[in-house]
Ligand binder design. Structure first.
Ligand code: PHE
Length: 357
């Protein structure tokens, strides 16, 4: 009986899978198994022999049964472990591979700009791309006869025949959102508004649809110095450098007084655009102190509140930062271009993690 025990416990321990285990069970304690046959032989024994052999055989059968089920559980665990290893899935990975889609540079730069201004206390406002003549022009101190209307190469929407109201326009800048934000939120106010704008213009640095980010800060004690500081801080954070050359040029906008256009030093040498070196300047924004008439048009008292505003070309600063020489390529939907210049969906820009990893 000791030999039987040693034999089966050894075989059970060595069994490689559940099928081998089942064979062993049949062989040992199945109907015609070795131990079962011995139990059947108990009937032919003398009562004294039976009293010795009976309990011993029963104990052996129990021992083998429990060894079988322990081994079966162990094999099951191992099989589950194996399966879990094989079916392991990283649920933090994006559902689609990197190659199947990228974040467009315009979207990426919009996020970067938003992150920087958010840090300076600006919230994000929005307005419609089709806007009224009043919001796009009149409220911004551009009356009907003003030459700035023609300069803007405006796209006008059609009106139904017999409708004599002035036509709506595809907004030519994000400045109408200044008025809408003043109306909605009053003063003090600190907003940016990124979004698409439209002008009939087309060459290497102009497309009929492009993007601006408007900025507006109103309070009782805001000066041109605040504007300059905010813009310099922005440009340094955006280009991730300690120094960039900015050029503030005196300019004119009907909705700001005084006004300044800001250029950034760059080089186009060899067809690649580099910021911070060279002898070229690329205009990136218009700015100034908000005209009192504009503040009044927004329903705020210009005797109490003043502030600055700026409008910056998102596409322009995207070209500068990522060395993209032709603006038109932004909107061609060429997959090769999108893969080359696009960003991974996981790289959400923020100031502590880095804007453009
Ligand atoms: N709206 C102006 C443009 O599109 C830019 C600007 C915005 C200038 C705000 C001054 C203040 O050119």
């Amino acid at each position: 009986m000791d030999d039987l025990k040693a034999k089966y416990l050894g075989l059970i321990a060595a069994a490689a899978d559940e099928a081998a285990l089942e064979d062993l069970r049949v062989q040992a304690i199945g109907k015609k198994g070795e131990i079962s046959l011995k139990m059947r032989a108990l009937g032919q024994m003398s009562p004294e022999e039976r009293q010795l052999a009976g309990p011993a055989l029963n104990a052996l059968k129990d021992e083998i049964t429990s060894a079988l089920s322990a081994k079966k559980a162990a094999l099951g665990d191992a099989a589950l472990d194996e399966r879990l290893r094989g079916e392991w899935l990283d649920v933090t990975l994006p559902a689609r591979g990197r190659r199947q889609g990228t974040i467009h540079p315009i979207s990426q730069v919009t996020e970067e700009v938003t992150a920087i201004f958010a840090e300076m206390g600006f919230s994000v406002a929005e307005g419609p791309r089709i806007d009224s003549d009043w919001y796009n022009f009149d409220a911004l101190n551009i009356p009907g006869h003003h030459p700035a209307r023609a300069e803007m190469d405006t796209f006008y929407m059609a009106r139904a025949e017999g409708d004599n109201r002035p036509p709506n326009v595809l907004r030519t800048h994000t400045s109408p959102v200044q008025i809408r934000s003043m109306e909605a939120m009053g003063a003090p106010l600190r907003i940016i508004c990124p979004g698409g704008v439209y002008r009939a213009d087309y060459d290497q640095t102009h497309t009929p649809m492009f993007h601006q980010v408007e900025g507006l800060a109103l309070d009782t004690d805001i000066s041109m110095a605040n504007l300059k500081w905010v813009l310099e801080e922005f440009v340094k954070a955006y280009f991730e450098v300690d120094h960039v050359d900015l050029r503030f040029r005196a300019s004119h906008f009907p909705f700001t007084e005084p006004s300044a256009e800001v250029d950034i030093r760059c080089s186009w040498e060899g067809g690649t655009l580099k910021v911070g070196e060279g002898d070229d300047w690329l205009e990136i924004l218009g700015s100034g102190m908000v005209h009192p008439k504009v503040i009044a048009a927004g329903g705020i008292d210009p005797e109490i509140y003043q502030g600055f505003a700026f409008g910056m070309g998102i596409d322009r600063i995207a070209m500068l930062k990522y060395g993209i020489p032709d603006l038109r390529a932004f909107f061609d939907s060429d997959l090769r271009w999108l893969r080359h210049y696009g960003f991974s969906a996981l790289d959400m820009p923020n100031l502590h993690g880095g804007l453009s990893r």
